[in-house]
Design a protein around this ligand. Structure first.
Ligand code: CO
Length: 185
């Protein structure tokens, strides 16, 4: 079982290293372990038995003890046509190649598996991004276009690869300031 690095550990503040491709078996296995952890964290029965485990939708390699540019994301994202739709990625060397001027933010603020204390305030992120990455779930290099919530999750996880935590982006003097035109999610 992976152990989550908390924000009290300075390792979480380091810039992570690019991962050589094709992906090594060791790094592939690590992504599988990270995804397994996310899935377990979403199981209420598992959390009841393991109270230290919190529910997450994303996990970056430095949070699981490796200084590498890799992350996993998994959450239910139902649409009318696809009520069982799941958004899931295992990304290697993700890079934001397009971003919008328009901003978005989570109404309830962000949380993080590595952050135990509450940090109240809005985290503004780009409303639309395009991420270029190798996706180990498909075995292909992909361009992922994401908007709103999807874009927030990706930006949160990619920030971890540069040692940035969500509360770094909260305006300390005015944590709930409203940016005009920003889309609330
Ligand atoms: Co996080």
């Amino acid at each position: 079982m992976l152990k989550i690095t908390k924000d009290t550990n300075p390792k979480l503040r380091e810039k992570c290293k690019e991962v050589p491709l094709p992906l090594s078996e060791e790094n592939h296995q690590f992504l599988v372990e990270m995804m397994d952890y996310l899935h377990l964290s979403q199981d209420p029965e598992y959390r009841e038995k393991h109270p230290s485990v919190r529910e997450g939708v994303g996990l970056a390699a430095p949070q699981a003890g490796k200084n590498l540019r890799m992350l996993v994301i998994s959450y239910f994202n139902p649409t009318e046509e696809e009520p069982e739709r799941v958004t899931e990625y295992a990304l290697v060397n993700p890079k934001i190649v397009v971003n919008s001027i328009k901003k978005t933010y989570l109404e309830g603020g962000e949380g993080c598996l590595s952050v135990d204390e509450e940090h109240r305030g809005y985290v503004y992120r780009d409303f639309k991004i395009v991420v270029k990455a190798y996706n180990d779930l498909t075995g292909k290099e992909e361009h992922i276009t994401a908007r709103g919530y999807d874009a927030i999750v990706l930006q949160h996880e990619i920030d971890h690869l540069d040692g940035i935590l969500f509360y770094d982006r909260i305006d300390k003097n005015d944590p709930f300031k409203i940016i005009e035109g920003a889309v609330r999610v």
